[in-house]
Design a protein around this ligand. Structure first.
Ligand SMILES: [Zn+2]
Length: 84
């Protein structure tokens, strides 16, 4: 299944993307949730430029329709865990 990266806009298999989900229950932002967490999700490539891009002008917040701050450092820690 293809998903669109919120950074570069490319379509990629979702296994190759970092998933960021807004928990529909409490509105918390979860990075790479297991399948038990449901909610509006955004996807990002495993690369720094896509993460940087998604944080510009609060793009990721707008995408997830949230004002909760998203932990950029935690996202960056995902880099290198799965390179493509
Ligand atoms: Zn990307």
């Amino acid at each position: 299944m293809l998903r669109k990266c919120a950074g570069c806009g490319e379509l990629k298999p979702k296994e190759n993307l970092i998933k960021i989900t807004k928990n529909y229950k409490d509105g918390n932002i979860v990075i790479n949730p297991n399948s038990k967490i449901f909610g509006r999700s955004a996807y990002l490539c495993y690369n720094q430029s896509c993460i940087d891009n998604a944080f510009k002008k609060s793009k990721l917040n707008k995408f997830l329709k949230t004002s909760v701050s998203i932990d950029k450092t935690a996202l960056e820690k995902m880099l290198g865990q799965k390179g493509i």
